[in-house]
Write a protein that binds this ligand. Structure first.
Ligand SMILES: NC(=O)C1=CN([C@@H]2O[C@H](COP(=O)(O)OP(=O)(O)OC[C@H]3O[C@@H](n4cnc5c(N)ncnc54)[C@H](O)[C@@H]3O)[C@@H](O)[C@H]2O)C=CC1
Ligand SMILES: O=C([O-])CC(=O)C(=O)O
Length: 263
């Protein structure tokens, strides 16, 4: 039986746990001091609930981050330096160049690997392949309901209570988007890392009062040809900022960890 460590235990982690393959067992959950008692009460005694990687005894086969960008910042280096592979969903953390350098160095020291998960979008495989032949342009547009932007920097850019028409409230690079919207624009960083990079990938963020799904559109062109990918994702009931597909991409990483044929 392979052993899993989760960093973070919010809406996404609970969805992951509900769909995890039977061949993988959850042994450790890394949480903040503030949420320790709440999470302890939710999990069986066989799962160690800790606040620091150093508190963990044993060796996980896979470490999955579902804790937000602060979770990558707090624990990523420690995990990789120990030689443990780390899969992250809060890919926008890599838009912080200083943190990205430290993660690279820790992976080199630990001979471990950091895996950026595809998250709420589709087409990352095709985009990464297209990059090998050269890309001319990548534009990512995210369109979500007012509820999905609540609690983010969008609140300072547009009135979410009264907006009546679709409205683009942010245009910029993927790096700017991922850093300014840490819980809403990780996908921008994922697309950038697969494609033209954090500074050349263009991003538009939109609020649309007429929709209830999280919509993601990727337009890319290059030597391979042209792609237009559009995905309407159902938000997680317990967190409308997060698409269900993002949680399922974490489940996919679990499946890959236990499968002999990987797809
Ligand atoms: N790549 C993608 O497509 C997507 C990525 N995400 C990322 O996934 C993250 C998690 O999403 P949800 O579970 O819906 O959010 P959530 O807010 O429900 O849960 C996050 C949990 O992480 C915990 N946490 C915060 N800092 C931590 C730390 N230093 N160490 C351990 N735990 C910590 C919080 O206490 C909370 O329980 C988002 O913040 C976002 O960064 C979300 C949606 C899509
Ligand atoms: O789940 C989504 O729609 C995307 C998201 O929040 C993110 O990129 O951080």
């Amino acid at each position: 039986m392979k052993q899993l460590m989760l960093i973070g235990f919010g809406a996404m982690a609970e969805e992951v746990l509900a769909h995890m393959p039977a061949e993988l067992v959850l042994r450790w959950v890394v949480v903040t001091e503030r949420s320790r008692n709440r999470v302890r009460a939710l999990l069986p005694p066989s799962v160690a609930v800790v606040t620091r990687i150093a508190e963990c005894t044993g060796k996980p086969d896979l470490v999955l981050e579902c804790a937000g960008q602060p979770g990558v910042r707090a624990h990523g280096v420690d995990v990789l330096a120990r030689g443990w592979d780390l899969a992250v969903i809060s890919v926008g953390a890599l838009a912080d160049a200083e943190l990205a350098d430290r993660l690279h160095a820790a992976a080199a020291t630990g001979r471990s690997r950091l895996h950026a998960l595809s998250g709420a979008v589709a087409g990352i495989d095709g985009l990464a392949a297209a990059r090998e032949g050269g890309l001319d342009e990548v534009l990512y547009t995210s369109r979500k309901s007012p509820a999905s932007w609540r609690g983010s920097a969008a609140e300072q850019m547009v009135c979410l209570d009264t907006i009546a028409e679709p409205y683009v409230f942010f245009r910029g690079s993927a790096r700017e988007a991922a850093l300014a919207f840490p819980a809403n624009a990780n996908v921008a960083a994922t697309i950038a890392l697969a494609g033209l990079g954090l500074d050349k990938t263009r991003v538009q963020l939109m609020v649309d009062p007429g929709i209830s799904t999280n919509q993601h559109r990727i337009h890319a062109s290059g030597r391979f040809g042209e792609m237009n990918i559009e995905l309407c994702g159902m938000p997680l009931e317990r967190n409308p900022k997060t698409s269900t597909l993002a949680a399922l991409s974490v489940v996919r990483a679990c499946r890959q960890a236990v499968s002999s044929v990987v797809i």
